[in-house]
Design a protein around this ligand. Structure first.
Ligand SMILES: CC(C)(COP(=O)(O)OP(=O)(O)OC[C@H]1O[C@@H](n2cnc3c(N)ncnc32)[C@H](O)[C@@H]1OP(=O)(O)O)[C@@H](O)C(=O)NCCC(=O)NCCS
Length: 199
């Protein structure tokens, strides 16, 4: 049986002991929902949607918790980050990243990128050659993170508008730009192998 726990330090300098990464489960839905609500500009989701992500899509979602919180006597783990993703139905070699949320106190330590790389190590993603996501033009931090991921995977990041403000978003939401990262299949495989050795 596969372990549900992924303790992965995929970024040099990222504190492996600081965060515990694992697949989410239904019991995490409420805290995931609260985390996303606390991470503007992310769209707030219904609890029901997060419950589906934590169950039906658990293989392509990852939850990070502060390790310290769980080791504290009687303490409860707090979510430090969450990524929701799915294999694009018509193109299962593409992992679509729906949302990336890192709590304010965990930011700037490589956790966002670490979670993305952890997903690529999952058996469910063993055939994934591309990552896609949408980012609004003004979300500079998100662009920084995905550009950094493309550099780490040594592949291109291409952009094109996917959902346009007036045509698709009622003129009330910034256009959503599709970022496509890849292809990276052989590199991701060797990358995963390299980092497994550091566990
Ligand atoms: C975007 C977000 C997920 C980044 O999480 P994070 O864990 O702080 O990001 P990381 O530490 O992994 O940083 C990844 C890269 O982005 C860069 N970066 C992170 N924060 C940055 C900032 N404030 N300014 C400039 N660059 C930044 C880092 O330098 C790093 O690049 P490097 O690996 O080349 O050094 C987090 O800020 C967040 O949750 N924001 C609110 C929600 C959101 O906008 N989500 C993304 C849309 S899907």
């Amino acid at each position: 049986m596969l372990s549900n726990v992924e303790d992965i330090a995929v970024r040099r300098g990222a504190a492996a002991d600081e965060f515990t990464l694992r697949r989410p489960q239904a019991e995490d839905g409420r805290s995931v929902n609260a985390l996303i609500a606390a991470c503007p500009p992310l769209d707030r989701n219904s609890l029901y949607l997060n419950l589906l992500q934590c169950t039906h899509f658990a293989e392509t979602c990852v939850l990070a918790e502060f390790t310290d919180d769980s080791s504290r006597p009687g303490g409860r783990s707090q979510p430090a980050g969450f990524i929701s993703g799915y294999l694009t139905p018509a193109r299962p070699t593409t992992l679509f990243i729906w949302q990336v949320a890192v709590s304010e106190r965990a930011r700037g330590r490589g956790l966002g990128k670490c979670m993305l790389l952890a997903l690529l190590q999952r058996p469910a993603c063993q055939h994934v050659t591309h990552i896609e996501t949408t980012v609004t033009p003004s979300n500079a931090v998100s662009w920084a993170m995905f550009n950094s991921l493309a550099r780490e995977l040594e592949c291109r990041l291409e952009r094109r508008v996917l959902f346009e403000r007036d045509t698709h978003l009622d003129g009330v939401h910034e256009s959503e730009v599709l970022a496509t990262i890849g292809p990276f299949a052989p590199r991701a495989a060797s990358f995963a192998a390299k980092h497994r050795r550091t566990l």
